[in-house]
Design a protein around this ligand. Structure first.
Ligand code: AVJ
Length: 320
């Protein structure tokens, strides 16, 4: 039997800017506590996400890869060679790199929030593809997207694979895609991966795998918050919860307090009752028709849709 904690560790010093601290604070203090999924991705979080992509339960990555393998040449015909490929949330850049032989971009602009991870990936990529100009950009995709002058306006093709669009609410997704649309110019486009509605049992398993990698990914958020906000979360006091919310058509991930506890951080504190949760992620699932409408609302015209045989995932190309 573990003795109940009577005194908690002191909170540390915040390692971030005032805006990040204010964002984390506001989320934790809301009646339904929540945090942005962007805080999953410190270096360990990015590596844990890579591990998730290897899990048998996590179908999106390999299903999307199979769609690219089967239809990549057709996609390349829609896009044309010598484009500037802007990869939103590039991570390890592996998906884009696997398409380089077909797409033959002139320039590659990987954008990611995790700076260390991006730099590492880019130095490897430069050795493998010396002919492609690589212009990495560290940016938070929840903020307005501004590309530097080193990225020409002509022939911009945005690449947003992996169904990360699902982290936005449909309303936010339209706003985000409108912004992409404004950055595309007249002769560009968007190649985007979308996770589709399916049997909830398949969805639940994909976000609550048997060996607990997704649980570790979710719990790692607490370690990252300790670093970012000088908080004193103890991951062992929290449980991973994930389920499909049918009414909202989304997977929800939460962290649930295993016992009554309190947490301090720079400039704030909160008590959580046993069973109280922090909502850490939404992952919306769409139908092809629904997402086509969403792209149209953002000012795009869908000119290609590719799916797997089971219709678990779709890759769509939209033109300006
Ligand atoms: C990176 C947002 C596409 O929603 O499936 C994976 C993140 N969270 N397992 C997703 C995630 C839990 C992933 N995206």
């Amino acid at each position: 039997m573990v003795a109940p904690q009577t005194s908690s560790k002191p909170a540390g010093v915040a390692q971030c800017d005032a805006a990040t601290l204010a964002d984390i604070s506001a989320g934790l203090l809301a009646p339904q506590a929540s945090t942005s999924p962007k805080y999953f991705y410190d270096s360990l979080g990015s590596h844990l996400f890579e591990a998730i992509c290897e899990l048998p339960e996590y179908y999106p990555t390999r299903t999307e890869a199979a769609i690219f393998a089967q239809h990549g040449a057709d996609m390349a015909r829609h896009i044309g060679a010598d484009a500037t490929l802007v990869d939103l949330g590039a991570g390890n850049c592996a998906k884009a790199a696997s398409l380089f032989p077909l797409l033959q971009p002139r320039q590659y602009v990987p954008v990611d929030i995790s700076s260390d991870f991006l730099q590492q990936a880019v130095s490897q990529l430069r050795q493998r593809f010396p002919a492609i100009m690589i212009t990495p950009l560290v940016a938070d995709l929840s903020q307005p997207l501004v590309l530097p002058p080193s990225v020409p306006l002509a022939r911009r093709q945005f690449f947003y694979p992996g169904s990360s669009i699902g982290n936005f609410t449909p309303h936010e997704a339209i706003a985000f895609l409108r912004q992409v649309r404004e950055n595309v110019g007249v002769d560009g486009g968007l190649l985007i991966g979308v996770d589709l509605v399916k049997d909830p049992a398949v969805l639940d398993a994909a976000y609550d795998d048997a060996i607990g990698v997704t649980a570790a990914f979710n719990l790692n958020l607490l370690r990252h918050l300790n670093y970012l906000a000088g908080a004193n979360f103890e991951p062992a006091q929290w449980r991973h919860v994930a389920f499909f919310n049918d009414a909202e058509s989304r997977i929800e991930m939460h962290l649930e307090a295993r016992c009554a506890l309190s947490v301090q951080w720079q400039g704030g504190e909160r008590s959580f009752a046993q069973g109280e949760r922090i909502h850490t992620e939404n992952s919306y699932k769409y139908t092809v028709a629904g997402f086509t409408r969403l792209l149209a609302d953002a000012g795009f015209r869908v000119d290609g849709t590719w799916t797997d045989d089971a219709h678990w995932f779709a890759v769509m190309h939209a033109a300006a």
